[in-house]
Design a protein around this ligand. Structure first.
Ligand SMILES: [Zn+2]
Ligand SMILES: [Zn+2]
Length: 356
């Protein structure tokens, strides 16, 4: 499992990365930083890369080597993230493959994540007690709280005291999607680094470099919402299956007269929440492409389906395509409000029925 990257290959957010690199080179890394930005763009990974760069035993051209004993044990910190013990239901046995990764973690690099849903006062106190002492072996101890906004109020307060009197050779990195949920006093004592979404073409390139075929990479990137993690985790098989169902459904609806068959397909899909969501997402993306097929073909995203999309676009008035897009969007917003799926879907059919 070797998927780490060097700071120089970190994709997206070049400005923030540059600021960090410069701070490391000038030996002026702030003792507290907030990495803020959308989920899945690699903020925690970047925090680990910073820890490696600060502690690598044999850096090469200003980059961590990712091979020395410090680098590999720092990498294990992120690799052991979310790893459950394979033999115990709770706790750690210390000897299964997952536990072995955990035991390889660097002692001075800590990733603090929510237990269940929040980062509790106990977790923060334990960390604070630990950082009163000098690091065991690291040049710089790095503590990462991710996601920091999940900290309970008391945890916020005790962290604040630490930030007021920062221990030496310790860097605290708060990772968050929304820095404004953190206490104002914590924000004012930390250096805020704002991250943005990763441009789609950079995600595509990264996936291709990682061995994904180009068309798969493009599809995953299109649907990732600027998140590299989402693009990497994207399951194209599952998506294609949902998409095929959605396209069949749209063919029935758009070609008129297929309402009853369409509604029985839909009734089947509503049974599973996850599948239903995937299905509505793909229906929307397909409709968008059908619309483009008659207006701006160069913007079609799902080129592998271009013939079927063009056929539909040619057979159906554009105004009706627009009505169906509206109906699907309305359906999606109702789902976000937790309206019952079956009822929301029936309402959509009623709306469409009145259009024709
Ligand atoms: Zn190294
Ligand atoms: Zn275990």
């Amino acid at each position: 499992m070797r998927n780490m990257i060097a700071l120089r290959n970190f994709i997206g957010n070049a400005r923030a990365v540059e600021i960090l690199k410069r701070a490391i080179q000038q030996d002026r890394v702030p003792h507290a930083m907030i990495f803020a930005g959308p989920a899945g763009i690699g903020k925690c990974t970047l925090a680990i890369l910073v820890a490696q760069r600060l502690n690598c035993l044999s850096p090469i051209e200003n980059e961590a080597c990712d091979r020395c004993s410090a680098c590999t044990r720092i990498r294990a910190v992120i690799e052991s993230r979310n790893l459950q013990c394979l033999s115990l239901k709770s706790g750690f046995c210390g000897s299964c493959p997952n536990c072995r990764i955990r035991t390889k973690c660097h002692p001075d690099i800590r990733l603090i994540e929510p237990e269940k849903t929040t980062i509790g006062i106990g977790q923060v106190r334990e960390m604070i007690n630990e950082i009163m002492f000098q690091p065991l072996e690291a040049k710089f101890r790095v503590v990462i709280l991710d996601p920091a906004e999940q900290m309970r109020a008391e945890a916020h307060n005790s962290l604040l005291k630490t930030l007021e009197e920062p221990p030496s050779r310790t860097i605290i990195i708060l990772v968050t999607t929304n820095p404004y949920i953190l206490l104002e006093t914590i924000r004012s004592r930390s250096r805020l680094l704002q991250f943005g979404e990763i441009p789609q073409d950079q995600i595509v390139q990264r996936l291709i470099d990682g061995g994904k075929p180009a068309d798969e990479a493009r599809l995953a990137a299109t649907l990732s919402g600027g998140s590299l993690a989402a693009a990497i985790a994207f399951n194209s098989q599952e998506y294609r299956e949902a998409r095929e169902k959605a396209l069949h459904f749209l063919e029935l609806i758009l070609n008129k007269g297929g309402f009853s068959e369409a509604s029985s397909i839909a009734a089947e899909i509503t049974k599973d929440k996850q599948i239903f969501r995937l299905w509505t997402d793909s229906a929307e993306a397909l409709l968008q492409d059908i619309y483009y097929a008659s207006t701006a073909p160069e913007r079609i995203g799902q080129l592998d389906l271009i013939h079927r999309l063009q056929q539909l676009a040619g057979a159906v008035p554009r105004s009706f395509v627009v009505s169906v897009i509206d109906a699907v969007r309305k359906l999606k917003s109702e789902l976000q409000l937790n309206v019952n799926r079956q009822i929301a879907l029936e309402a959509m059919f009623l709306r469409l029925g009145s259009v024709k």
